[in-house]
Write a protein that binds this ligand. Sequence first.
Ligand code: 1HN
Length: 360
Amino acid sequence: MNDDLASRRAMLFERLDSVDTAPLWAVMSKLVTPKPQPRSVPAKWSYAQMRDLLLEAGVLITAKEAERRVLILENPGLRGHSQITQSLYAGLQLIMPGEIAPSHRHAAAALRFVIEGEGGYTAVDGERISMQPGDFILTPSWTFHDHGNAGDVPVIWLDGLDVPIVNMFDASFAQSYPDGDTQAVTRPEGDALARFGCNLVPLEYTPAGQSSPVFHYPYARTLAALNQLEKQGNWDRWHGIKLQYTNPINGAYPMPTMAAFIQKLKAGFDGARYRSTDATVYCVKDGSGYTMIGETRIEWRQGDVFVTPSWAYVAHHASTDTVLFSFSDRAAQKALGLWREEYAEEPSGGSSSAEEICRP
Ligand code: 1HN
């Protein structure tokens, strides 16, 4: 390019800049990439370490003062943004015996996976349920929710929220419960599960919202399903035995933005590589092993949380019998027609140039 052309272009760029304009040709390849270029990276938070830090926070601030006593799990590639992936927030929450976390509601939807402790409870939309380790719990958008601990040990769970999605749309609203710290309980424990969680629905039921009316998925039921399927065999080469949590009314994901999954891997499971556009947050319910995320090896054990970025190859390897919980923005991506997945045929560790196939 001759000097004259270069300087005329530079002058044009300056004039464009001065009127809040920019040339697409200078940024197009960054804007529209041939494949995902996530800023998030593979990462793990060791539960042993997080638990110590949480319990220290437990001495220094009450749940009530904090409103929520939570350690945010920030992806090392996204520090300072309260994000574990580009679209999701995750944190570890502690409630000490006798404490309450006051009632509020917000546009962001939350899910919870209980890691430790007996005696915790949460109230959602007028029903209070007690939490057991392994329980999966929903707080749909704009439902009042408060938590408490009626037991005598600390209760810790993983929170997942779609806050970055809500904020991307500039659609955030939030408010405190207008009438005290805890919401009025209007329905007995187990009401939603009886009405919607037993392959039955109330007579001539018409769905009221986009989230599952079941907001408590007790681990005893989840484990019974995994164990029955394990007896039958049929291990998937990529996923072991993997199920997705569902809205029983329509078979959709439990909430419009987030999907959640549970999977069992037998000791010695040596998974093949899989990738999808939904960056995924995992929590180890039980067991130990490691996951290859691209070239990164992440060792895990009970309680650990780890994250796999969009479109990275993921292959799980279990040393002992393992149950993994996971969640992602797959619901939102599928609703918007964006989600893609790919199964790599050859076992993990093989050549990355091997031919990739779609799964039958
Ligand atoms: C929230 O309301 C909870 O209710 C937990 O337990 C984490 C993170 C961001 C915004 C709201 C909860 C949260 C949150």
